[in-house]
Ligand binder design. Structure first.
Ligand code: NAD
Length: 475
C-alpha cells in the first residue's frame, strides 16, 4: 500500500496535475507502490515556469543575508530530518542507511557552500582606456533554470541541482527522476520551503516515465528558461544537451563514467582492497563515480584479486532498511537485468567470476576489450579486474573509453601517482584514493562523454550566472 501521496509544487502550492493523472513510485526491494505522485504534462511545466518567472524579480533582488539565512537553515533542517531521509531512501531507491546518512551530510554541506557563495563579490573593477571612466565586470543571475536530478544519490544531487542556481539569484524548476520523485525533488523543496524560501523560487514537477521526454522538452524549450543542468546518463544527456544547444541555452551536463582505479606494484594491497570494495560497491555500484575497472599491476594482480574476491564475497546483501545490509537492491528490474546481461555475456566469452555472480556483488577477471563489460558503464554491483604490464598500459586502458569522469591511483609514491594523474583524461583524479569522492567546494564534472560544465565552489556559481560589462563615463 502506498505510504505517501504527493502533488506538484508550483508557486508554493501543492497542486495536482492539470489533467489529474498520477503515477506510482515503486519500492525497489519489495516491488510495492511506495507513493503515488502527480504525473505532470507539458501544460504543468508551463505553469511551473510561470511561477518561477514571476518569482524571479524579487528573488534576484533579495539581500545576501536573507538568502544566506535560508540556505543555512535548510542545511540544518535537512540534518534534523536525517531519520526521515534514511526511511525515504530505503523505501524509494533501496539505499542503505550509511548511504542515506552520507546523502544528508553532503547535501547539507552543498547548501552551506551555496550560502557562503552568496556573500562573495559579484564583480571586478577593470582598467579602461577612457580617462575617468568606471569599467566593471558584473555577475548577474540568468533567470529561470531547469534542473534535472537522478535517483541514485537523490538528496545530494537534487541539492546540487538547485543550490548554486538559487545562490546565484535564479529561480528553478526541478524535474526529479521518476524513480525518486520524493528523495530527488520534493524532499529538498520541502526543506527549503520550511527554511523560508519564498513561493515560486523553487518548483518541482514530477512525471510518469512515459512522459519524461515530453516534460523535459517542454521545460528546456520554454523561452523563459535561461539555463539547464542535467545529471543522468550519457544517453539522455545527449538529448538534453542537443535541445539546450538548439535553443542556445547554456547547460551543465553531469553524465556517466567508466572509472578506472589503478593499483600500482608498490600499493598497500590491504588498503587497495578496502578502497576498491568501497569504490566499486558503495550504493551497489550505482554512483556515477563508481570504480568500474581495476587496472592492477601484473606482479600483484593475483594476490590483490584473491583478497578482493574474499572481501566482496562476504558483503551482506538484502533489505536496505536492515542496518546490517551493505548491498541493497538495484533501482529497478530493468537495471538488474542489464547488469546481469553484461556479466553473463562476459562469462560466455571467457571471463571468470571470482566473487558473486547471479545478482550478488561480482568480481570478474579474464575480461578482454571486446566484451561490453570492459567498455560500457556498469552502474551496478560488478567490477572487472584487468592485469597490466606497466604504468603506460594502465594509462592507455584508463583513457581508452568515451567517458572521462573520475580515476583513482593507489601507490605509496605520490610523485609517481601525480605524474600518472596528469596523463589520465578525466575531470577528476584522486592519487592515493579510490574513484568516489565529492566535496562541494571543489569543481565537479567530467570530460568527453561524461559531460561538460562544473558544479561546486565558484565554478557552480559562474555556471548559472551571466557576466556583464558595465561602464560609467566621468562627467
Ligand atoms: P537517466 O539518464 O536514465 O535518467 C535521467 C532522467 O532523464 C530521468 O529523470 C528521465 O525523466 C529523463 N529522461 C528520460 N528520457 C528522456 C528524454 N528522452 N528526454 C529528456 N529527459 C529524459 O539516468 P538515471 O538512471 O536517473 O541515472 C543514472 C545515470 O546517471 C548513470 O549513467 C550515472 O553515471 C549518471 N550520473 C551522473 C552523475 C554525475 O555527476 N556525473 C551523478 C549521478 C548519476
Amino acid at each position: 500500500m502506498a505510504s505517501d501521496k504527493r502533488e506538484l509544487l508550483i508557486g508554493g502550492d501543492s497542486v495536482p496535475a492539470l489533467d489529474g493523472r498520477t503515477t506510482d513510485d515503486l519500492n525497489p526491494f519489495t516491488g510495492e507502490v511506495y507513493a503515488v505522485v502527480a504525473a505532470a504534462g507539458p501544460a504543468d511545466v508551463t505553469r511551473a515556469v510561470d511561477a518561477a518567472q514571476a518569482a524571479f524579480p524579487e528573488w534576484s533582488a533579495t539581500t545576501p543575508s536573507v538568502k544566506r539565512g535560508i540556505l543555512l537553515r535548510a542545511a540544518d533542517g535537512l540534518e534534523a530530518r536525517t531519520a526521515e531521509v534514511v526511511a525515504v531512501m530505503a523505501a524509494e531507491v533501496g539505499g542503505v542507511g550509511g548511504w542515506a546518512g552520507f546523502n544528508v551530510m553532503l547535501a547539507a554541506n552543498i547548501l552551506r557552500e551555496a550560502a557562503a557563495a552568496v556573500t562573495q563579490p559579484v564583480g571586478e573593477v577593470l582598467t579602461t582606456e577612457v580617462p575617468g571612466q568606471l569599467s566593471l565586470a558584473v555577475r548577474e543571475p540568468l533567470g529561470v533554470v531547469a534542473a534535472f536530478a537522478p535517483w541514485n544519490a537523490p538528496v545530494i544531487l537534487s541539492a546540487r541541482a538547485v543550490a548554486a542556481p538559487l545562490a546565484a539569484g535564479n529561480t528553478v524548476v526541478l524535474k526529479p527522476s521518476e524513480d525518486a520523485p520524493i528523495a530527488a525533488g520534493l524532499f529538498i523543496a520541502d526543506v527549503l520551503r520550511e527554511a523560508g524560501l519564498p513561493a515560486g523560487v523553487l518548483n518541482v514537477v514530477t512525471n510518469a516515465p512515459a512522459d519524461a521526454a515530453a516534460v523535459a522538452e517542454a521545460l528546456i524549450t520554454d523561452s523563459r528558461v535561461r539555463a539547464v543542468n542535467f545529471t543522468g546518463s550519457t544517453e539522455v544527456g545527449r538529448i538534453v544537451g542537443t535541445l539546450a544547444a538548439q535553443h542556445l541555452k547554456p547547460a551543465v551536463l553531469e553524465l556517466g563514467g567508466k572509472n578506472s582505479l589503478l593499483v600500482l606494484d608498490d600499493a598497500d594491497l590491504d588498503h587497495a582492497v578496502d578502497a576498491a570494495t568501497f569504490g566499486a560497491f558503495h550504493n551497489a555500484g550505482q554512483i556515477c563515480m563508481s570504480t568500474d575497472r581495476i587496472l592492477v599491476h601484473r606482479s600483484v594482480a593475483e594476490e590483490f584479486t584473491a583478497k578482493l574476491a574474499a572481501k566482496v564475497g562476504s558483503l551482506p546483501h538484502g533489505d536496505p532498511a536492515d542496518p546490517g545490509t551493505v548491498i541493497g537492491p538495484m533501482i529497478n528490474p530493468r537495471s538488474a537485468s542489464r547488469v546481469a546481461a553484461l556479466v553473463a555475456e562476459a562469462v560466455e566469452a571467457g571471463a571468470t567470476v571470482r566473487a558473486g555472480g547471479n545478482g550478488a556483488a561480482t568480481v570478474l577477471d579474464g575480461v578482454t576489450p571486446s566484451m561490453r563489460v570492459f567498455q560500457e558503464e556498469i552502474f551496478g554491483p560488478a567490477v572487472i579486474v584487468v592485469p597490466v604490464a606497466d604504468d603506460d598500459e594502465a594509462v592507455a586502458i584508463a583513457n581508452d573509453t568515451e567517458h572521462g569522469l573520475t580515476a583513482g591511483i593507489l601507490t605509496e609514491d605520490s610523485r609517481r601517482g601525480l605524474a600518472l594523474a596528469q596523463r589520465i583524461r578525466t575531470g577528476i583524479v584522486h592519487v592515493g584514493n579510490q574513484t568516489v569522492d565529492d566535496e562541494p567546494q571543489a569543481p565537479f564534472g567530467g570530460v568527453k562523454s561524461s559531460g561538460y560544465g562544473r558544479f561546486g565552489g565558484r565554478w557552480g556559481i559562474e555556471a548559472f550566472s551571466a557576466t556583464r560589462w558595465v561602464t560609467v563615463a566621468s562627467e
